[in-house]
Write a protein that binds this ligand. Structure first.
Ligand code: NDP
Length: 318
């Protein structure tokens, strides 16, 4: 077996998950609509990632990047760099297919896009159902969706099942009503949103946590006006980075790893893809971690404001 650069953790269902992955969401335009795939940049990014030692790729049907993820993994398998077993593939169910009987067909459609015969991890993307491929909310209960996920796992279409953007009460409800605990929770985690209570809850329940948008507001080009500090040129961060002969993005990703969270930074640039995973040869001092902890500001970048009045809106207090 070829585990790549990141250590693996054992999920509660017994499967191994690499503790670092590549994100493949292309983000939103200035007007707020989703960026569409225009070229083969995601395919090239996934190839570069596997060559750099990544063994975990995060995608979603919403991102429309599954076909490129699948092509790149196929290519690396044909080249003999990895086997399918050695790559951990996560994708997500969108809200328009939340009815129980829609989950298995949605998963099969993702598998066709990926040209694969099983997933490693299938996540409910958000607890809120939608009308079509939009953000217009619908009222299907996510509990019904979870029953569909359990069925998909029973059929062997995915090894593990989990949820994304669920809060503690919602997860407790899934467990109480079905007896099946999600193996993974994927949530926003970065310096300004460290979510210590939710992480503690997940440790107690043995739920692995994946952290999305790990850079938060670190890069001035991505930071919304009014976003809390720090930025990438913050003198205190630069000082820590210099001490370890690392970059500021590497210090941030190492900190998230030391929180016990599986970061999935996105980049389509090969040099950054390599830079981001090169964090497994140093560890942060308690003093450095104390400073990094102090940037926690309960500041969220993915707020889905159009769902804030929905009964399944997960982020409270608004
Ligand atoms: P990230 O925090 O990963 O930031 C990505 C941005 O940082 C890109 O603009 C990228 O640019 C840039 N970047 C990456 N590495 C570096 C570096 N070393 N130096 C400078 N700039 C860098 O944000 P995302 O929101 O993309 O989150 C990561 C992944 O998490 C997503 O791609 C997706 O897979 C997942 N996600 C899941 C969500 C959910 O609801 N479950 C919600 C949001 C994200 P460039 O590509 O040009 O290098």
């Amino acid at each position: 077996s070829n585990p790549g650069l990141a250590p693996e953790i054992k999920l509660r269902d017994g499967y191994l998950m690499p503790t670092f992955g590549l994100g493949t969401w292309l983000g939103v335009t200035k007007e707020g609509s989703l960026n569409e795939v225009q070229d083969d940049s995601v395919e090239k990014a996934v190839e570069a990632a596997i060559d750099s030692g990544y063994r975990h790729i995060d995608t979603a049907s919403l991102y429309k990047t599954e076909p490129q993820v699948g092509k790149a993994i196929d290519k690396k398998i044909k080249e003999g760099v990895v086997t399918r077993e050695e790559v951990f593939v996560t994708t997500k169910l969108w809200g328009d297919q939340h009815a129980k009987e829609q989950v298995v067909p949605a998963l099969k459609s993702s598998l066709r896009n990926l040209t694969m015969d099983y997933l490693d991890l299938y996540l409910i993307h958000f607890p809120v159902a939608t009308k079509g491929l939009s953000f217009i909310p619908d009222d299907t209960d996510y509990l019904e969706t979870w029953h569909g996920m359990i069925e998909a796992q029973k059929q062997g279409l995915t090894r593990s099942i989990g949820v994304s953007n669920f809060n503690e009460e919602m997860i407790e409800r899934l467990i109480r009503e079905t007896g099946v605990t999600p193996a993974v929770l994927q949530i926003e985690i970065h310096l300004n949103l460290q979510q210590p209570n939710l992480l503690k809850y997940c440790r107690e329940r043995d739920i692995a946590v994946m952290g999305y948008t790990p850079f938060g507001a670190l890069f001035p080009s991505k930071a919304a006006s009014g976003a809390p500090p720090p930025r990438i040129d913050d003198p205190a961060l630069v000082k820590i980075a210099n001490k370890y002969n690392k970059t500021v993005p590497q210090v941030v990703l190492r900190y998230i790893f030391e929180l016990g969270v599986v970061a999935i930074p996105k980049s389509v640039k090969a040099s950054r893809i390599r830079e981001n995973i090169d964090i497994f040869d140093f560890s942060l001092s308690d003093e450095d971690k104390q400073l990094l902890r102090s940037y926690d500001a309960n500041y969220r970048t993915t707020t889905v404001p159009f769902w804030k009045d929905h009964p399944y809106y997960p982020f409270k207090p608004w």
